[in-house]
Design a protein around this ligand. Structure first.
Ligand code: DP6
Length: 364
């Protein structure tokens, strides 16, 4: 299926069922943590390799959009509040995004929008917030289109379109459209998978009960934005090998996740995290995003896994903080490890605990 062609065709036929109309929509959308990493893109926000993630339960962006559609409006006005305040850099990124969406959502030309968005996890957490932020906004904008066209709930189509629109804001946001384990990117392993939208995948039940505990070893904002990091892949001498490796890791990981092999899962997930950072280090200029405390935590986690045979694994985002992934039935042991041995590496003894979450939620 060519989604952009389909949505452009629909956009050309756009006629609102009212000449003026106003209302409000609100969505709470989660962030996600990649197990197989998306690092490198092509075309308009298309991934160089398929990626796989867990949707998180507690790291959420809540976005409310008030809209006022009137066919007589021209150059409609948009206002933004981020956590109750004006935010210049976010505003610029969102304005660009909304302009880009005009071809898919012609209604935006005639609509005033008041966007109010809040993250429940602190920006200082250094955790990627673009996935939940773009996902929540994209769900609101898709919902408004459905209201203007008086389309009654058509669940699968709505979620696919919202994932497509999310991706145009931030690639990883495409995956936040669904709960559980989510794939984004075309692969022969999954029928109907696509570079344009994400697809939820079925895995063994043990992985539906996983936890993701993020240790905040460094609360500063990222030294390099993901967008700039993706761009550096274009000149990375190892890029081709990396894209191939990601596909092989995906195939192995999906097999392991289908049969519930938590030990194999840990090995592949850590290999992916280290490969992501290897790509950052071998880009030009090279970026070293891990900190001494990141490495100390990683060593402790590996030792704990070897000593106790508990399938705990680490993964990393494009930063220094460490995500610890483990099955829910080992929570007591892992929390003891965290409190006794790992929080000393976090300057504010800060961590965020997530379960694998159920995905976006519409707030009425
Ligand atoms: C390391 O989705 O933040 O977290 O598409 O430019 O917004 P843009 O990048 P983004 O990149 C995420 C990179 C990553 C890996 C991942 O989430 O797959």
């Amino acid at each position: 299926m060519n989604y952009s062609k389909k949505y452009l065709k629909e956009a050309n036929k756009f006629r609102s069922s009212n000449s003026s109309c106003s209302g409000a929509v609100c969505w709470e959308n989660p962030s996600n943590i990649a197990l197989i990493k998306y690092w490198g893109k092509k075309g308009d926000q298309l991934p160089q390799n398929p990626s796989l993630s867990f949707t998180l339960s507690n790291s959420i962006t809540k976005t409310r959009v008030k809209y006022n559609y009137n066919e007589s409006f021209r150059n409609s006005h948009i206002s933004f509040l981020v956590n109750g305040e004006k935010n210049k850099s976010f505003e610029e990124r969102i304005s660009k995004y909304i302009n880009k969406l005009l071809m898919f959502f012609p209604y935006l030309k005639f609509t005033e929008l008041e966007i109010d968005t809040k993250n429940n996890f602190p920006h200082s957490a250094g955790m990627a917030s673009s996935a939940s932020a773009f996902s929540a906004l994209a769900f609101c904008l898709t919902d408004i289109e459905y209201q203007l066209l008086s389309i009654k709930e058509r669940k699968n189509e709505f979620f696919a379109k919202a994932s497509f629109i999310s991706r145009l804001g931030s690639g990883s946001a495409a995956r936040s459209a669904y709960g559980g384990t989510v794939l984004w990117g075309k692969t022969e392993l999954i029928r109907n998978s696509s570079d344009e939208v994400a697809t939820p995948v079925k895995v063994h039940e043990v992985f539906n009960d996983y936890r993701d505990l993020v240790l905040i070893v460094d609360s500063k904002s990222k030294e390099i934005s993901s967008t700039a990091g993706h761009e550096l892949m274009n000149n990375n001498p190892y890029q081709k090998v990396r894209y191939k490796q990601a596909c092989q890791n995906l195939e192995q990981l999906m097999d392991l996740m289908r049969i519930g092999n938590t030990k194999g899962f840990s090995e592949i997930v850590e290999y992916e995290a280290l490969s992501l950072h290897a790509m950052m280090m071998t880009s030009s200029p090279g970026n070293l995003l891990v900190k001494p405390n990141t490495l100390s935590v990683i060593r402790k986690i590996r030792k704990f896994r070897a000593d106790r045979s508990i399938p705990v694994a680490f993964t990393l985002d494009a930063g220094a903080n460490v995500h610890i992934l483990f099955p829910g039935n080992h929570s007591d042991d892992v929390m003891k490890l965290v409190k006794d041995e790992l929080l000393i590496f976090c300057p504010d003894r800060e961590y965020i605990l997530n379960e694998v979450g159920s995905g976006p939620k519409k707030i009425s």
